[in-house]
Design a protein around this ligand. Structure first.
Ligand SMILES: CC(C)(COP(=O)(O)OP(=O)(O)OC[C@H]1O[C@@H](n2cnc3c(N)ncnc32)[C@H](O)[C@@H]1OP(=O)(O)O)[C@@H](O)C(=O)NCCC(=O)NCCS
Length: 172
């Protein structure tokens, strides 16, 4: 059984912040989010006016968190705020599962467009986004600090994504 099929996706709660931060520091050593950033995101993730969707992937056998992702909805635009998978689980499809979950949430938020920023040198993540139909639309110079690394901005138009999925599954 692959790590992807072993992981269960569920809503991220405040008690997940500590283990998520451990992964965050391992995967984003130069620009890890602070605890306050996760607290502030989760504060907007529940209730009728929620604008955030945060999810963790948990190994049901050990309770260990192996990935997490979050989306912010702003009107009919949404933004992939973060997505990460523990290094041991890379290449097992977990990143794809997390991204698919965020896109389902974008549909639920009735967003027409999903945007994201990715480091220009993060080809693995760019390839994942391209597989889901994201297209590069520009750069944000020096977006990642320290290091002054540029961000590639990518965009997915939801109606195209839905049409493509329907074609693949024959459900149009
Ligand atoms: C980017 C990231 C989230 C991708 O996660 P992932 O779990 O490796 O993603 P996936 O497994 O879904 O896809 C990656 C590769 O695995 C392959 N794959 C997918 N399902 C698979 C399966 N069941 N078995 C084997 N391989 C599989 C995919 O084909 C893909 O390979 P390819 O890129 O050569 O086509 C992960 O590398 C990561 O956390 N990186 C550090 C943090 C980061 O950079 N986040 C993005 C910030 S913008």
């Amino acid at each position: 059984m692959s790590a992807a099929t072993a992981a269960v996706l569920r809503e991220m709660r405040w008690w997940d912040i500590a283990p998520v931060l451990e992964l965050e520091h391992a995967l984003f050593p130069d620009d890890a989010w602070s605890p306050g950033m996760f607290w502030s995101e989760l504060a907007h993730a529940r209730g009728p006016g929620a604008t955030r969707h945060y999810v963790v992937a948990e190994d049901p056998a050990t309770g260990r968190i192996t990935g997490y992702a979050g989306l912010a909805a702003l009107g009919d635009l949404s933004d992939v705020q973060t997505i990460a998978v523990s290094r041991e689980a890379w290449g097992t499809g977990l990143g794809s599962e997390l991204l698919a979950d965020l896109l389902k949430a974008a549909t639920a938020f009735e967003c027409a467009t999903v945007l994201l920023e990715v480091r220009v040198d993060n080809l693995r993540a760019q390839k994942l986004y391209e597989r889901f139909g994201f297209e590069p639309i520009g750069f944000r110079r020096g977006y990642y600090q320290p290091g002054n690394i540029d961000a590639l901005v990518m965009r997915l138009t939801m109606h195209e994504h839905v049409a493509e999925n329907a074609q693949e599954t024959g459900t149009e």
